[in-house]
Design a binder for this molecule. Structure first.
Ligand code: BJW
Ligand code: ZN
Length: 256
């Protein structure tokens, strides 16, 4: 294990001070926070997009062209997530929510691991792998069957069910992005964790928090396009850094 440099220690201490002082915290998470649970990320080493082209699988056009192929990929991902458990990064965010007066967790992830870790105020910007929606009648159903019995799955009306996720070119759920934008604008501290920060409109949320005067701290294994703009960029695994940050509020009584 490497010994953290002096500046890394100082950055961590600064982030902990901001955390201890903050009355309102918002967090944006991405695929990196679930990497330590064994869920592949999209971009970077081992990322899903190294083996699959997003336009072949994660667009409405791809689904319309070949729903079976699209579903086979989602069914495989659902099985991986069903076998996974939340990691210490998810747990640390759930703990923060219990100890900080106002806390909003905004996630781009569709795996449901934040709720599984005990987080309650979760905004799922890109939907959920566990919700299916009928392309004919728009009915939504919760479905946790992994593997699915039938591919592609069908609605009771006979229409095709699609994954309840947001594909490229589709609008995010209006209430979700509005609530997320509000949380970003009113927080004193915004954490950006495990996201490559390249997919919009999610990537605009840390910019909005900066503009509104919040301290913004990035936690990522690697630099991202947002790193330069962040007040602090902590390099490393979220499953190691977030629990160390959460220690900053551990002296307070849980609020819920
Ligand atoms: C760790 C770690 C560890 C690893 N610890 N860190 C040109 C310019 C600007 C915008 C556009 C443009 N062209 C098109 C657009 C719009 C487009 C977009 O942003 N494209 C860009 C890619 C260019 N956006 C959209 O289309 C969105 N919709 C939209 O804009 O609608 C407009 C509209 C309005 C009104 C009507 C109609 C339309 C929708 C975006 C949907 C994104 N969907 C996906 C798939 C979801 C379903 C599924 O899961 O299959 O969402 S794509 C994929 O990317 C997924 C993710 O949520 C999203 C973000 O990825 P994320 O989470 O950041 O993961 P990675 O893999 O990229 O990064 C992981 C990071 O973790 C890395 O940095 C690692 O270093 C790090 N890491 N291990 C800490 N242990
Ligand atoms: Zn239907």
């Amino acid at each position: 294990m490497s010994i953290a440099s002096h500046s890394e220690q100082a950055n961590l201490a600064q982030a902990r001070d901001w955390l201890a002082e903050a009355r309102s915290i918002a967090v944006l998470t991405g695929a990196g926070i679930s990497a330590e649970s064994g869920i592949p990320t999209f971009r970077g080493p081992g990322g899903l997009w190294n083996n699959y082209r997003p336009e072949d699988l994660a667009t409405p056009e791809a689904f319309a062209r070949d729903p079976k192929l699209s579903w086979e990929w989602y069914d495989w991902r659902r099985q991986r997530v069903a076998a996974a458990h939340p990691n210490p990064g998810h747990a640390a965010l759930a703990e923060l929510e219990r100890r900080v007066p106002a806390f909003t967790l905004i996630t781009q992830n569709v795996d449901g691991l934040h709720r599984a870790a005990g987080s309650r105020n979760v905004i799922e910007l890109h939907g959920s792998l566990w919700r299916l929606r009928c392309v004919a009648c728009a009915r939504e159903v919760e479905n946790r069957e992994a593997p699915l019995r039938e591919i592609p799955p069908r609605c009771s009306c006979g229409g095709l069910l699609r994954p309840g996720v947001v594909w490229f070119g589709e609008a995010l759920p209006a209430d979700a992005i509005q609530q997320a934008a509000r949380a970003a604008a009113r927080c004193d501290l915004f954490l950006v964790c495990g996201t490559s920060a390249v997919v919009y409109p999610a990537a605009s949320l840390p910019e909005r928090a900066l503009f509104a005067g919040a301290k913004v701290v990035e936690i990522n294994l690697e630099p991202t396009p947002f790193s330069e703009a962040a007040h602090l960029s902590l390099r490393g695994k979220s499953g190691e850094i977030l629990p160390r940050l959460a220690q900053a509020v551990r002296h307070t009584e849980p609020l819920i």
